[in-house]
Design a binder for this molecule. Sequence first.
Ligand code: F6R
Length: 608
Amino acid sequence: MCGIVGFTGTQQAAPILLDGLQKLEYRGYDSAGIAVLDGSGIQVRKTSGKISNLVEKTDGGRNTPGVTGIGHTRWATHGAPTDVNAHPHISNNGKYAVVHNGIIENYLELRRELIKQGFHFESETDTEVIVHLLEMYDQGDVRKAILKTAARLAGSYALGVLCADEPGTIYAMRESSPLILGIGAGENYFASDVTAIVPYTKNAVYLEDGEFARITPDRIEVFDPSGNPVQKKISRISWDIQAAEKGGYEHFMLKEIYEQPRAVKSALEPRIRDGEVVLDEFSCSAKYLHSIRKIIITACGSAYYAGCASRYAIEQLCGIPVDVELASELRYSEPLLDRHTLLIVISQSGETADTIAALKEGKARGAKVLAVVNVVGSTVAKLADWVLYTWAGPEIAVATTKGYTTQLTVLFLFALSTAKRLGRIPEDRYAALVRALTNLPRRVQQALDMNPSIPALAKEYYRYRSMFFIGRNTDYAAALEGALKMKEISYIHAECYAAGELKHGTIALIDDRQPVVAVCCNREIEEKTASNIVEVKARGAEVIAVAFRGDQKILSLADHVLSVPKTETIFSPLVAIIPLQLLAYYFARENGCDIDKPKNLAKSVTVE
Ligand code: F6R
């Protein structure tokens, strides 16, 4: 929800903190701040609005000198996005500064207690209790003060702490929120994710829940919750800096849309060898595989829609029933799962709070967990029994694109490999599907190239304030994701309906004031969706269809057709979504929306 960074070294800290915050801005962007330690104590600069406001306020960091500091970019939860509520928060005696990502659930009782003790609160945030607790527990040993403070906190946090008594030192701590340490030469860092530190170092240490680190320019010491030292492994970050830059595109979202052929290839290629799908990472025994009676897929948002879209492939190929459940629902539904249930958890970030809770619930009930995750070392990846990484590279735009298509790729690989291991797929069908999968990066590229008219189409339609998306079966799954893309970045109301459901209510809303986007890539039931197109047109709606190239029937019915190359029906959502992503992008652009950072959304939803 928020992004935090910390730096200690010999260079000026503020420009490095500001640069890191810019990389983390996708995590929250309603206010930001830095605290830097110079010879005279802690200097805090903060402001509401985007990081660019903070850059201006600090003259690019030049008016905040010092070689040690922490920074924060906020997505407000407790208290409005104002200057006062922006982090860092500072203790009453000016000795401690704190930045925080997460939520302190018991902050109200702590706040009452601290006010009774005479502490004065400046902000409405939950975070401010932390900095006053540090002052309360400070008896000359910062480590002890941090341990005592942490013991009082309930909830989730990644914390960065600066203490005026310890020049050159920053502290970092995590509990159920992402945090990574970066190891440089004579300088060290912490950050909410690797994008903030890859320009400076590729050596990283991942903290576990409850651990905290004391970081100086030459040393990183990690301790467990009792204060005992912990030896940590140094991991190598494989993402490069270009991957976190816009590379000439107007927006990260457009760049990430165009990266999809390569991203899908990265997810696919290492796992197809000599015509066989090889999923070494899903290393369960044949006995376990045959014991699976049911698969439950759980996730949030687009990751949930990836579950909806892959369900058909898994059920048809593996012959195992699949339920797809929203993680926020599953966690409170007393779900019926046991050791015969495989729980598939999908998450780009691996840090989505509801998804983590659903995973824990499933595990507690005896299910084994297979995670489909992009971010290496994330919480979902750590908690799962097996992890299939999507290898999409960093996704910066808040609205997911390559995150979603690589999730589909990996889930299709899973379906095919599992069907083969279970002996439920004939050899020739298997070979044909492996070929179709291998062709997917090329098909995605074709889908990108085939639709140069989308910007013009957006100019024609962008003023509409409401749209319908329809489709059946796999097309319905793709339409759900297409409608979400449209809503979240262009703020146009976009309602998605299973086409066959239109007549059960909503058809009354169809008229010439809302265009209908009809996805028609499922050849088996195309006729049925074609009838729905006729029905909505009869009520005055204009229809933009997504169909396989050269589909004469749909060409003759729809007002506009977005073409995609032919592919196997069960894999078709992966190509059908491409023009829908572009459509949403260009509608949002025409509407002047902030595409990479849509209002009220954050990239990683680490609170419930
Ligand atoms: C939509 C979008 C969100 C995420 C959802 C889950 O474009 O990005 O709906 O898909 O918040 O996030 P992850 O996959 O990180 O768990």
